[in-house]
Design a protein around this ligand. Sequence first.
Ligand SMILES: Nc1ncnc2c1ncn2[C@@H]1O[C@H](COP(=O)(O)OP(=O)(O)OP(=O)(O)O)[C@@H](O)[C@H]1O
Length: 327
Amino acid sequence: MNFLEVSNISKQQHGAYILKNVSFTQHQFQKVVIAGETGSGKSSLMKIAGGMGQADEGTVMFEGKRVRGALEVLIPGHPGTAYLSQHFELRNNYRVEEILSYANKLTEESANEVYEVCRISHLLKRKTDQLSGGEKQRIAMARLLIGAPRLFLLDEPYSNLDMIHKSILKNVISDISERLGITCMLISHDPMDILPWADQILVMKDGEIVQRGTPREIYNQPVSEYVAGLFGKYNLIAPAKADVLEGLPGITRNGKHIFIRPEDFKVVRTKKDAIPGKVKELSFYGSFLEAEVALGNEIVTIKTANAGLKKGATVQVAVDPEAVWYF
Ligand SMILES: Nc1ncnc2c1ncn2[C@@H]1O[C@H](COP(=O)(O)OP(=O)(O)OP(=O)(O)O)[C@@H](O)[C@H]1O
């Protein structure tokens, strides 16, 4: 029995498919991310998985039982799951502890652990209109977690947070899995939030899952330019232009596009197994430089920590053959 099993889900709105025959499974404690461009169907899929939405076709099984859709029940949402919307609301003019006490299904000790995990123990006496956006979000999370879900669905939890609150929330989400033992699934656009956290990524486009895999598979072996672009910068050399890489070992000319991430090109000292390139542009990003380098008449992006790089200089460029991918 799978923890969560989503099978052949389809849904239409105004005659157009927003989800088309989507299937996936999630094991208990597996961290799953749904990624994809705006409007690709991420929220619709997540809501259906938690019983907060209604599919036209297909089934969702959670812990071996069918999850009923939002239109089949009085109060939408499967009791074993909790869905944190992007547009969560907290009632105004209540103390945080009052709001939490209504939802609590836990012992006092366990509830206190949830408040600690959510970094809100110091906010319990405050009124809900005396909180920052990030604090409100963590209280909304705590309110769902004290309902004792086994699966927590987080819809774009990192949007609209500054670096400091994002970093607090990352620790909170990590503790929700590790200290509270709750399985999490989240939606995010940002590769920096997705790649270090996920065990499994589902990439959506136009209502379908176009690729699924581990962060390494999705980042290094994307099936298309769309997937490549969602997870960071990349170089894509068309088959007709593959000549510009002549002289680099390990490049296969197989009629496919050659895909190389900027950090997989190396600026090296030796001419052995390298080709010359001219630095056209340099951008400083703090911990690294990004160079636009002309290899013949093709410009490639190279990410390097080499602080000695100068605009206009000719450099030797190598590539890690293991990192080259084709599609
Ligand atoms: N209630 C609705 N009525 C009509 N169309 C809807 C409804 N909900 C979603 N859609 C449409 O379904 C498609 C998928 O929407 P969804 O919110 O699932 O995408 P998303 O990938 O989560 O987008 P975003 O990243 O912008 O939140 C979009 O084209 C959206 O306009």
